[in-house]
Design a protein around this ligand. Sequence first.
Ligand SMILES: *Cc1c(COP(=O)(O)O)cnc(C)c1O
Length: 354
Amino acid sequence: MIAAENINVTKVEQSKLKDINLENIPFGKYFTDHMLEVDYEDGEWKNAEIKPYQPLLLDPSLAALHYGQAIFEGIKAYKNEAGEVSIFRPIDNFKRFNISAERMQMPQVPEEIFMEGMRMLIELDKNWVPQQVDHSLYIRPFMFSSDHMIGVRPSEKYKFMIILSPTGPYYNSPMRIYVEEHYVRAVPGGVGYAKAAGNYGGAMYATAQAKLKGYDQVLWTDAFEHKYVQECGTMNVFFIIGNTAITPDLKEGTILAGVTRDSTMVMLKDMGFDVQEKSLSIDDVISAYNAGILYEVFGTGTAATISMIKELRYKDFVMEFDVDSWKTAPEVKSRLNAIRYGQVPDNHGWMQKI
Ligand SMILES: *Cc1c(COP(=O)(O)O)cnc(C)c1O
């Protein structure tokens, strides 16, 4: 097995950073000077390398392109006022990565490679972590099957990589959401709880249809009755009903266990909410709305942290919200940001220093 001291480092001769303005940099478009690349072959991980960011040379028969054994993660690192860089809850993403790997019949990535590889890579490219308000470094670990062979079977070879992308404020205007009653994202027994690349590909058509109707995203419902809410696009979803904060539970395996979801539940408890993970039907949502006690609906995820929902449409019934008057979603966001940017003590042990 590879230990951290066996990660070979080849540095760029000259950083690209001098040509790039990190202020208000768009999401996911620019990548740092280096990347991590590790191969799985003959039952073991080998050739761990940090090297200049560069294209991959791949054979057209690459298994991942044909049968979709491909998973990923999304994590962020933040720079505090003193210029120190910390990663938000990376160990939780590491664990989830291996849960995804197991479901997709892919090898487990050792903690040392994932965590220490990520740390070393960020250390090397730490000048790329923006320091401005609401800016961060987006970290994208991913793994794909790399056999050159188009027989249908689990691949024998895999590649694990990490790339880094500096990112500016993710401007998320309040969303209009269409409650989906035809297409499905995930079913019990399926791969909904895994961060599998194909889950995204499989969701794009339904999302595009909702966009044609004038909506930003869909709220996924269960596959059998289209009655129980699951997730909002690629975000977990929260409903503030009276003094209760409800988010769908994870029991069926149809929902991605978001790290932001978990962090939001902790913040809401700190704020005095009765936080409940349970199945929630769209009828219950509508009843609460009609009773005037559905105060806020919002999505949570690493990219945007919190996205407020200003309109929720179910069949012909439209629920509208005055997001400007909301207190809870903005409070959760600012509490999480205070922890991330090191403005308050990290009482939960969430920030990992580089
Ligand atoms: C990544 C993802 C989320 C959010 O997870 P975080 O860990 O909070 O970023 C939610 N739903 C889906 C489907 C996702 O892929």
